[in-house]
Design a protein around this ligand. Sequence first.
Ligand SMILES: NC(=O)c1ccc[n+]([C@@H]2O[C@H](COP(=O)([O-])OP(=O)(O)OC[C@H]3O[C@@H](n4cnc5c(N)ncnc54)[C@H](OP(=O)(O)O)[C@@H]3O)[C@@H](O)[C@H]2O)c1
Length: 333
Amino acid sequence: MNIAIVGAGGAVGREIIDVLEGGSLPVDNLRLFGSARSAGTFLPFRGQNIVIEELTRESSFAGVDYALVSAGASVSRDFADVITRHGTVMVDNSSAFRMDADVPLVVPEINGDDALGAPRRIIANPNCTTIQMVVALNPLHRISPVRRVHVSTYQAASGAGSRAMDELVQQHADISAGKTPVVERFAHQLAYNVIPHIDVFTDNGYTREEMKMYHETKKIMHAPDIEVSATCVRVPVMRAHSEAIWVETECPISVDEARKAFAAAPGVVLVDDPAALAYPMPLKAAGSDPVYVGRVRRDLAGPGLSFWTVSDQLRKGAALNAVQIVQYIAAHS
Ligand SMILES: NC(=O)c1ccc[n+]([C@@H]2O[C@H](COP(=O)([O-])OP(=O)(O)OC[C@H]3O[C@@H](n4cnc5c(N)ncnc54)[C@H](OP(=O)(O)O)[C@@H]3O)[C@@H](O)[C@H]2O)c1
């Protein structure tokens, strides 16, 4: 299998390399692409140093089976034709094509078949917050259809890319040294703070990040009736997003039924033993693959369930899900 990674030097790109190092795909040849900024530098893969090529309109993807693209929405829009021109399938981590009717939006545990025969040879990877939420909702949805969801997210700095991670580290260092921290990547200082604002605000008062959770959930789960109200918050955590979720299903699901369904669901690990202080936390989830679920309880204020999820958004929320899409297509074609 010949693979290309576009945005290879970024937070998601490096994570894709790490997932591939684990041997999840039979990679014969790996090509790496970036902007002029990183072109000519090298990244290690399976004992070799691979050069980062500059992505240009003249780049040829001939012979590349799959391109895993994580260089931002404008790069995806501008270069989709270059990437797919010779038959390459593009798995895109950006928001550029997610809601296009002829571009499947795929989480393999839920709607893997949608990835087969993509008409434009483009398959979109959902937003990281949506992926971890739908992986956790799906086992409940199989018992009784999900109707309404309220979710508050606690999103790590790495969700905004590698330079955002650097900024959080630098802010802590500057504050410790008595200096005024530099704020560039976020709307406000993130160190010692939380910021209830991710992506731009839309006319209805929700942010675009929150509206991604609203629209993408319906598309992935093939369930236009599911209503999602999200509040997305940036927290000074380095890796792994957390989400507090309240869910109402058509028929009530007991806590025991829910726990059993979570424990049996692909991609989910149940960590739910409050007496032993066992519940998912980002510090423990960082660098690992599953969506962790815990704090499962009957909601006191309505007819639903409340629970807590944590997942490393650079893994299942981006790199791992993209690689799993390729695995799914390869296994079914
Ligand atoms: N971070 C997450 O948790 C996460 C999760 C899901 C989806 N995503 C999405 O994945 C994409 C990348 O995010 P990230 O967090 O990895 O960002 P990042 O750390 O800022 O990395 C961006 C990468 O894109 C490359 N790039 C920028 N302009 C380019 C161009 N014109 N041509 C080729 N490469 C170019 C950069 O290369 P240079 O260094 O050479 O400039 C860099 O490697 C975004 O669309 C983001 O929304 C991110």
